[in-house]
Design a protein around this ligand. Sequence first.
Ligand code: SF4
Length: 447
Amino acid sequence: MGLSGLEIYKLLPKTNCKKCNFPTCLAFALALAKKSTDLAKCPYLSDEAKMALESASQPPIKLITVGVGEQALSVGNETVLFRHEEKFHHPAGVGLIVEDTLSEAQLAEFVEVIKKLQFERVGQFLSPGLIAIKNTSGKSQDFASCIKYLKANSNLNLVLMSGDPDCMRAGLEVCKEKKPLIFSAEEKNLDAFIEIAKEAKAPLAVSSTELEKLSELAKKAIDAGCHDLVLNVLKDRLSEKIESLTQIRRLALKKNFRTFGFPTISVIEKKDVLFDAMSAGALMAKYASIILLDKPTLGTVLSLLTLRQNIYSDPQKPLQVEPKVYPIGSPNEQSPLLVTTNFSLTYYTVLSEVESSKVSSYILSVDTEGMSVLTAWAAEKFTPEKINESMKKATLESLLAHKVLIIPGYVAVMSADLEEQSGWKILVGPREASGISPFLKNFNKPR
Ligand code: SF4
């Protein structure tokens, strides 16, 4: 909400009638400012007040969706400049550019590469979300055939890259039901592209080298009824691009500048592997909502997706796995049982070491609110009581014929207490995860 509680209060009837379930109009205004209630709860608002409050209650950056169904990519709707203030909500889209001059065999190769660009990291599945088809040929037919091929062979969302209205129409003809992003309208083709986007009901990217001009073009598109926009600022130098994207974000959030209230897009043209990867990372941090990469390496995509996972996680809520007992490999009743915390990074580090040992085991993950071993121990979240409680919940007797638990070496100090509380034999494991594999190989079953 762009208005403060007092500004909202000035627009309310001030009768304190309580129909909204708040004791006073001021209390209702303050709740509205915090977005914890709904405007519709006050039945006595004048039309004028309703209009003013409704427009102020629109998100400062509109949520724009590219594609349809479960695979669709939604970007925007961010509310803060810095992630420590709250969190960033909609992870940036990462797309790969492909040219429409490629042969079918080359396109098939491209599709195979895209399929390989999928990773699992700390329990989350990471992959690019977009294919951007570039109309390098300048021909409608080639553009349309390339789109048709990729639509049939990949379920990723599409970006159609052409400055030519005829080519764009031909491209949309074969994929408009996928609601691709139309990239992009500039001053010279704006009118034609607005009509095309309206007809296809697809989002439209608007490009300019200057922020003032970009705002002008966006306003023209909005006034013409094109409300789903993505902003593209064309700057050669990375520093200028970051500065412009920061100004767009700042103006949208702090000044409620409506023509900049949209997500942004940046294209990384192929120059140098390291520079491209660094540019993409810097732009993702500030503040590109979609990044299109031209012939990136596997390493660039992997590092960008990993960075995205970090930028778009909640800084106040560490990534966590479900606290429970996990079978690794094909464990039986004689297999080792290790305990660790439910901080994703810790759990997956232990998991990969157990897997590489090739000793089928169980890992008991204890709910430490996402803290790592030593932090959780210091914060009293990984104590003998908590571990004992988790062991009971996991009904380990039904899985194991022995009563031996391996604890991390860093918390060896709790072994006597835990042994007393649980009645299990406690084995102190290695301090570092790298020691797990040799430790497990020497694990002598029940003692
Ligand atoms: Fe005030 Fe409207 Fe709530 Fe009545 S319903 S207290 S007028 S805000």
